[in-house]
Ligand binder design. Structure first.
Ligand code: F6P
Length: 329
């Protein structure tokens, strides 16, 4: 492995893992910044899977016109399980070499960063990561591109559910995404005035759910909204519904918001952070800072070592945690 710092003349950019709103803004920023610095830029389509298929195209300034406001990713994405294998990563490195791509910007979550880390360690490919996932669950950064849009989408959906819940005097369990992370659930709970939030990793406190519903009823509330963090996999709300009926004789409706939270036009915040991160990622590579991730730390955009961003950040902490019970009295 040659570890000499070389000037990067040609850059590849890919999105990997679950898409998140704002990825397009990040791609646009990477492409335009790189061209501004005199580099060639290649879009690698469908993440690591596309790289292995050689699904690579040169991008120009116009390739990223009119995309900053679009959800999804123009580069498409995939979850590439084969990339866990060293032989497969070697093939990927050969393809990059054959296509004369000297460095990579990887936009994705911690699984995507683990692949990037291995590719760098084994083949010396200069890589910088941009955190892109609606879950906001990457250690090393306070923010991941797409989180704000996902929260906004879920909040708008819950507001609509609240209307019908009120009209019928019903209780709803609304399940939000977050794969083991409760970040979306917590913010959605606060912003919709939910009566209770079921956080992942904390188990379901049925007694508390029931007492929160009854407390609201006692003071004349006509509806209750319980936000449920999906946890390991979607569908937890249906189990909760059964227990509430069987053990407490409480009837509830379930609404699993699902992938609606991953799509849609990115909020201004996601466009802004993605644009700043794309710009910073290319500049980092340009000045020879490899194996780092663009991160938000105490509100500032900083570069942090990629090795510190590989763990899931599942625990929710901080003052927001107490807000739900403090306000839903
Ligand atoms: O990308 C993150 C995420 O949306 C999680 O919140 C969710 O658990 C998971 O992806 C769903 O993945 P898939 O779209 O592959 O089913």
């Amino acid at each position: 492995m040659d570890t000499t710092v070389k000037t990067i003349k040609s850059l590849g950019v890919l999105c990997s893992g679950g898409d998140s709103p704002g990825m397009n803004a990040a791609v646009r920023s990477v492409v335009r910044t790189a061209i501004g610095l005199g580099m060639d830029v290649f879009g690698i389509y469908r993440g690591y899977s596309g790289l292995l298929e050689g699904n690579v195209q040169k991008l120009g300034l116009a390739s990223v016109s009119n995309i900053i406001q679009r959800g999804g990713t123009i580069l498409d994405t995939s979850r590439c399980l084969e990339f866990h294998t060293p032989e497969i990563r070697q093939e990927a490195a050969h393809i990059l070499f054959r296509k004369h791509i000297d460095g990579l910007v990887v936009i994705g979550g911690n699984g995507s960063f683990a692949g990037a880390m291995a590719l760098h360690r084994e083949h010396g490919i200069p890589i910088v990561g941009i955190p892109g996932t609606i879950d906001n669950d990457i250690s090393g950064t306070e923010y991941t591109v797409g989180f704000n849009t996902a929260v906004q989408t879920a909040v708008e959906a819950v507001d609509k559910i609240r209307d019908t819940a009120s009209a019928h005097a019903r209780t709803f369990l609304v399940e939000v995404m977050g794969h083991r992370s409760s970040n979306i659930a917590l913010q959605v709970g606060i912003c919709t005035g939910a009566e209770h939030v079921v956080l992942s990793n904390q188990g379901v406190d049925y007694e508390k759910i029931v007492s929160d519903i009854k407390k609201g009823e006692a003071r004349g509330k006509t509806s209750s909204i319980i936000i449920v963090a999906e946890g390991e996999k979607s569908g937890l709300s249906y189990q909760i519904k059964e227990v509430l009926m069987d053990q407490y004789a409480i009837a509830v409706h379930v609404c699993v918001l699902g992938h609606i939270q991953r799509g849609g036009r990115p909020t201004a915040l996601d466009r802004l952070i993605a644009s700043r991160m794309g710009h910073a990622a290319v500049h980092a590579l340009h000045r020879g800072l490899h194996l780092h991730v663009t991160a938000i730390n105490k509100g500032e955009l900083v570069m942090v070592p990629l090795a510190g961003c590989l763990e899931d950040k599942n625990e929710v902490t901080g003052p927001e945690l107490d807000l739900i019970s403090a306000l839903a009295i």
